[in-house]
Design a protein around this ligand. Sequence first.
Ligand code: GLP
Length: 247
Amino acid sequence: MNIIIKKNAQEVAYEAANQVADILRDHPAGVLGLATGSSPLGLYEELIRRNKTEDLDFSRITTVNLDEYVGLGEEDDQSYHRFMKDNLFSGININPKNTHLPNGLAQDPDAEAREYEELLSRLAPPCVQILGIGINGHIGFNEPAPVFTVPTHVVQLTEETIEANARFFDSKDQVPTSAITMGMGAIMRAEKLILIAMGEGKREAIGALASDVIDPMIPVTMLKVHPDLTVIVDEAAGADLKSHGES
Ligand code: GLP
């Protein structure tokens, strides 16, 4: 695990963008794994800037996203389809046909999860998968549970997650109660993982990376056994990782 602690959110974004841009230049037709939430927003802004003003090219890149809310479609303001379009895809030269997210409006979400898993297994493993983290340690929407789930699946969101994500909706009761998420299997298949977190609210969840156990009740702990995990955090989120191999 490579830990990089930066002063603030802007430096986190810049560092993450440097790493992602280097990987994409080495894999110009690669698969890029993407995440939603506020944490990767600065990274996406920087990737858009480099696409417009530098030689960072997405014309042959394919993207796969971690998750989508059940019940929300491309036209919904809070869907992850919409988030990705507004915050990344519309700003870069990617072919929309090469961007993939689970379909939150599928009539049968379990069947959609199986299809998404099949799609993932047909594609090359992501050369890099971007990850954020929930305050309860969730990755994608892999919520704390007694066991890890390997394939893409439908998940009931925890009360904690619904409350945390209510800030993006008009009210808490508008937050969907379930989602389709890549399982820990597909996430762990990526060649490289970059986990981004900022702020005191993420300190405890990020601090769990310093423990000696892999605990499905704190899903992020699974990432410790990935052979190429880079954690890029600000000082507040990384406070409990300070003495744990920071570079
Ligand atoms: C959602 C997403 C996660 C993301 C998390 C944190 O729950 N499914 O992939 O990591 O939000 O979001 P934020 O970065 O806004 O704190």
